[in-house]
Design a protein around this ligand. Sequence first.
Ligand code: HEM
Length: 158
Amino acid sequence: MALLKGSNSVSGGAASFSEEQEALVLQSWAIMKKDSANIGLRFFLKIFEVAPSATQLFPFLRNSDVPLDKNPRLKTHAMSVLVMVTVRDTTLERLGATHLKDGVGVAQFEVARFALLETIKEAVPADMWSPAMKGAWGEAFDQMVDAIKQEMKPIACY
Ligand code: HEM
């Protein structure tokens, strides 16, 4: 699937996401896909390492006795983020409102960006990781977050 096409694609930044970047994201995703549930989990555990209070943003983690790494809903959300960042051709309706309602904002997205890039760096073979690949994933993530933030704008000032 062409990443930048589609009625709801995050195509506002199409010009800044090159074919080369698209190829780098897809190349690494092809390797990570098999293990994406665990990689997704590692990504969110890294977010919680940097920002422990972020667990409290998830209604299903508050007052939960289930260990973080065993929580199926956390795994599902982590997978959603990974898949949406890679596919980038998705309906974003209400995603701004969902995150705003739960208090997820600029600070959380910054931590998530850092955690995502660290997780991917550790997940792909060492000789595959490069500054260009880092840039490609960073750009894909930024475009997704920009689209989510756009949806936050009508209801709040950021
Ligand atoms: C590009 C980044 C992100 C994408 C594409 C994304 C996507 C989604 C989606 C699709 C949902 C609704 C259904 C679900 O639970 O899977 C959701 C809900 C939610 N997200 Fe995200 N998310 C992103 C980043 C984050 C970050 C960084 C945090 C917090 C650290 C966060 C916290 C939440 C919370 C608290 C909910 C509501 C969960 C619930 O009430 O069950 N998200 N997100």
